[in-house]
Ligand binder design. Structure first.
Ligand code: NAI
Length: 332
């Protein structure tokens, strides 16, 4: 049998953590034959809750779960990890300015970058879920120069899955029949969910949804962009189960590969593909093989799409400026 892989989940006592731990322990992230050891990190005020999560994981008697490390010390939690899912962060509270939230999170990601660099496996694969996910990932990369930048990604897979689900609902088909939608740019309301290259049962989405042109043009994009807010309105809490499931999808496809002819959306360091500025963590369509992603090349981009892709890049550039300012101020 394969030797166990160590998976770090930060913010493990939170909402997403509670949904994610059992999924990883049940093999949804690394596959049904891969034993795992969970490393669960949270902050001191959540230490008791974290022990509760550990108790429940033990009680569930997951056959693949070979060990559980709980800690409030980033260095200890990062020790020897093969995969790091960064869910912990500082939430925006009523009355807080965007910059205040950014400042808190940038400091957290700079510190955790150093902990990963010093303690994780040399080939650690990092997925940043906590918001602002793309910019947190960028700051993590900047503060962990010895981790290859291609090993650090941000999650837009939930947005990707939401887009697949919307199209499937509209077409009245199982979600497995829908492929190759794209989320371009930031995991925020400026993201651009794009159906131009997607298919339903092998047919272009626009053809398969004949008669729904109005819905595609007017409703699809804002529905996907604002789905997070709709969940908060309905549940009184932000998306957690779907975020956890999408984190498993992201890492599984990254490490085990994407199906032939299928791509997924991942926030990755831009190499300038499709004219999007280098040095931003930007969501692109990616195919993966054995732990390496590559950006799908050669897709035709019309003028409407190009403008939306540029707008979300502009927001990411602003976020980067703000993050760098926060770092400068924290150092001063
Ligand atoms: P939550 O507030 O329930 O849990 C966050 C946890 O992080 C808490 O237990 C908290 O104590 C912990 N934490 C705070 N600072 C920490 C630190 N320095 N080190 C370790 N742990 C720390 O929040 P929830 O609902 O689990 O969401 C987590 C994050 O994921 C949020 O930033 C949220 O905005 C983001 N998110 C991202 C999505 C995406 O698609 N990329 C989708 C949904 C949520």
């Amino acid at each position: 049998p394969a030797s166990a892989k160590r998976v770090l989940i930060t913010g493990a006592a939170g909402q997403i953590g509670y949904a994610l731990c059992p999924m990883v322990a049940a093999g949804r992230m690394l596959g049904p034959d891969q034993p795992v050891i969970l490393h669960l990190l949270d902050i001191a005020p959540a230490a008791a809750a974290l022990e509760g999560v550990k108790m429940e994981l033990l009680d569930a008697a997951f056959p693949l779960l070979q060990g559980i490390v709980t800690s409030t010390d980033p260095a200890e939690a990062c020790s020897g990890v093969d995969v790091a899912v960064m869910v912990g962060g500082f939430p925006r509270k009523a009355g807080m300015e965007r910059k205040d939230v950014m400042g808190k999170n940038v400091s957290i990601y700079a510190a955790q970058a150093r902990a990963l660099e010093a303690n994780a496996s040399k080939d650690v694969k990092v997925l940043v879920v906590a918001n602002p996910a793309n910019t947190n990932a960028l700051m993590l990369a900047e503060h962990a120069p010895s981790i290859p930048p291609e090993n650090i990604t941000a999650m837009t897979r939930l947005d990707h899955n939401r887009a697949l689900a919307q199209v499937a609902e509209r077409a009245g088909v199982p979600v497995t029949k829908v492929k190759n939608v794209i989320i371009w740019g930031n995991h925020s309301s400026t993201q651009y969910p794009d159906v131009s290259h997607g298919t339903v049962d092998g047919k272009p989405i626009r053809e398969a949804l004949k008669g729904s042109e109005g819905w595609l043009a007017e409703e699809f994009v804002p529905t996907v962009q604002q789905r997070g807010a709709a969940i908060i309105k309905a549940r009184g809490l932000s998306s957690a189960m779907s975020a956890a499931s999408s984190a498993c999808d992201h890492v599984r496809n990254w490490l085990l590969g994407t199906a032939p002819g299928t791509w997924v959306s991942m926030g990755v360091l831009s190499d300038g593909s499709y004219g999007q500025p280098k040095g931003l963590v930007y969501s692109f369509p990616c195919t993966c093989k054995a732990g390496e992603w590559s950006i799908v090349q050669g897709l035709e981009i019309d003028a409407v799409s190009a403008e939306k892709m540029r707008a979300t890049a502009e927001e990411l550039a602003e976020e980067r400026e703000l993050a760098l300012e926060c770092i400068k101020e924290a150092a001063a």
